[in-house]
Each structure stands twice: as structure tokens, then as C-alpha cells.
Design a protein around this ligand. Sequence first.
Ligand SMILES: *[C@@H]1O[C@H](CO)[C@@H](O)[C@H](O)[C@H]1NC(C)=O
Length: 412
Amino acid sequence: MGGLRCFKVVGWALVGLLLASCLVEAMVDPAPTELTPDDGATGCGADPAFGAAEEGGGSCGCGALNREPSGDPNSDDLSAQAESAHDVDKYAAQANGHGESEEQAALLHLSGGVFTMGSDDGFFPDDGEGPARKVQVSPFLIGAHEVSNARFAAFVAATGYRTEAERFGNSFVVEQFISPRISAQISSAVAAAPWWLPVDGADWAHPEGPDTNISGRADHPAVHISWNDANAFCRWSHPRGRLPTEAEWEFAARGGLEHRLFPWGNKMQPKGEFRMNTWQSEMKIPTDANVFKHSFLPIHDGHAYYSAKNTAEDGFQLTAPVDSYKPNKFGLYNTVGNVWEWTNDWHTRVHSPDFVVDPRGPPAGDKKVKKGGSFMCNIFTCYRYRNSARMPLTPDSSAANVGFRCAADVSP
Ligand SMILES: *[C@@H]1O[C@H](CO)[C@@H](O)[C@H](O)[C@H]1NC(C)=O
């Protein structure tokens, strides 16, 4: 396998679902056929923590792109981390929780209640979606929309906040959207998901790399936002602002419908209508009823799938404006598809089947829960644009398909 070398690169250890902590060298002008299925298996199923799940290819496709916080040779990362935690309090105090008006924040008041969280659908046993369990959430506020570039820009202008992607100096971008000039400078890719490349100078204001910008995308979700960045924004933006718990997020996304795959029901496209922003590749693959059991794409096919043009039948190749498509019954937009959304909870795969009031996840952990899938998702590589879908990600990680919405406690 000419050109394939697995080595540990300090700064980009990949520890997510079924990922190897290694990088594939130099995928500049990559020929997808250079990757054999064996390489895919090696790269994708190597994490013993997650077992040799048959869904390996699918899990990998979601691009669990974890940043190794203590390893970037180009950044003074430990102090960056410490400063980040300190800044959150500073910015929140400066704004006194009034960084945005209620109208800008557009928080919906939800009265809470009992609902069925998770599912027993069993698509991805290792994701910890099950068991389906009754939980109760207390009244809370949550954003109708994902936080937009315009709102994030206002936060940065008011506080001088620097995101972790800016501090570390890089973030993950989808290969096909990177300009040839920038591509030529990139020497590493993600073994388990080679359609993702770490790009120097990619951040929220430069989503596809340093030679791109967000003009014309003020109403698109802010991306390349780490959990720490998102938490800082929510603390600043609204009195008692914070990220939603996973239970709050899922309660809000379900919009009062029980046991449904999507916020509107069980059909992905009711009457042929697109209801969310996912990935449609020019590379067509026939589906069959057992797609979840055996036909997740091996890495080389996944690479071909993501290298082929995104035909944007749903209207968008990358992100969509935060008010695209119809809202759910509670008035939330784009909880599924568009961008993954951070929640406040530390990640675990194990949940009590007992009735719980206001579950908050484990008291500590090393990865946070992200929900809802993204514009990168599709049935072949990442069937995660569902209410109960969830994945882990380290709180300092960022990528072109990860954003957030805020929540807040109701007034005391
Ligand atoms: C932003 O990108 C567009 C499209 O590439 C380009 O035409 C424009 O000049 C850029 N704007 C700025 C301020 O760099």
C-alpha cells in the first residue's frame, strides 16, 4: 500500500467510535482506490473499547473527530484550556447574562413533562441509545434555532472571545470543500474517515479553510465551535444560559411525539418533502431493508461517497440557514441534520431503565454528548439524523459540522 502509513501524530489522536489513534499519511490528491477494505477494517475497528461491532463502517462515517488536547505542538494548549475555563466566568459576568436580548436568543419556554427518551430500535447498540426509558424534564428554555454566525460574531465582538479552533490553529473540514491551494499543504487525514482533513486556519469565520469566509452565511449555524466555546456563548448570551442537557434536547426535538424516529414522525421525507439537511451523494447506492445490518460502506467506499458531488437535493451542500425547513411541534428548527449540537452531559453508554427526573449524565467524563447528526449524515455512513441518536466528542474538539443551540433555566 504505497503511501499508507499509520503513525501516531501528537495533536490528533482519534478515540471516538471504532476509531484508530493513527493517521493516514498524505491524502493529497488521494485516489480512493488506494485504500483497501483491509485498511478500512484496520483503521475503523481498532478501538477495543467499542468492540468489533458490525456497524463499524457506519460509526466511522460520523467522523468522531476528537482533538487531543495536550498534544498540539503548535499551541500552548494547557494554558489555553485553563484560560478558556476562566474566560467563561469572565464573559458571563461581563454580560451579566444579558449578552443578547430575548428576541435575539429566541428561546422557547417549554413546560417539560414525562417522555420516552432513547430508543430500543437497536441500530447502533454501541451508541447507548437504549433502553427507551421514561424520564421527566422540568420546565426550561431552549433555542428555537441553532446559534448563527451573526450571533456568534456579536459574541466575539462584545467579548474578544477566541475559539479553541483559533487557539489550536486548526479544525476539521470536509475534503471536497477545501480549495486546491490549501489541500496541497495538508499532509494528514483521518484514517477512519479520510474525507475529513485537519486544516490550519479553519475556524468559525473560515469554515472551509483560511481562504474562505462566512459572507452570505450570517444566518447559517456557527461551526468549528467546541463544547467549551458553546458553553461560553450560552453563559454569556442569556440570564441562566447554558447548554441543554441531553434529556432537554431530546424532549425538545421530539416535540411531544412519542417513539418517533424524527421530530415530525417516522418518514424521512413525508410526501417526498425534505425536512432536514443531510448528504445526498452523486454516487448512488441501492438501499435494502437490511442496510443497517450489513451495508455500511467500508472506508474506501465511504471516501468515494464523500468525494462524489453532494447533489444537494435537500437544497444545501454544506450548512443550511438556521430557520430552514419546517419547525417541529414545539417550534424548534433543524434539531436533526444541519449540524451536530452539543449538549451539557458527559457521555455514557449506560442508562438506568428506571424513571428519572431531570437526568444530567454522569458527574464527570472525558467526552460530551452531541445530538442530531449533521449535513454529512446519510443512511450509508451515519444514520444519526434521528431523535435518539447520539455520539461522544471531547469538549475541545471542533469540525465543520458541529454547532450548538443554547438553553436556560426558567426564572426562579
Ligand atoms: C469571501 O468569499 C467570497 C467567495 O469566495 C469572496 O468573493 C469575498 O471576496 C470574500 N470576502 C472577504 C471579505 O474576504
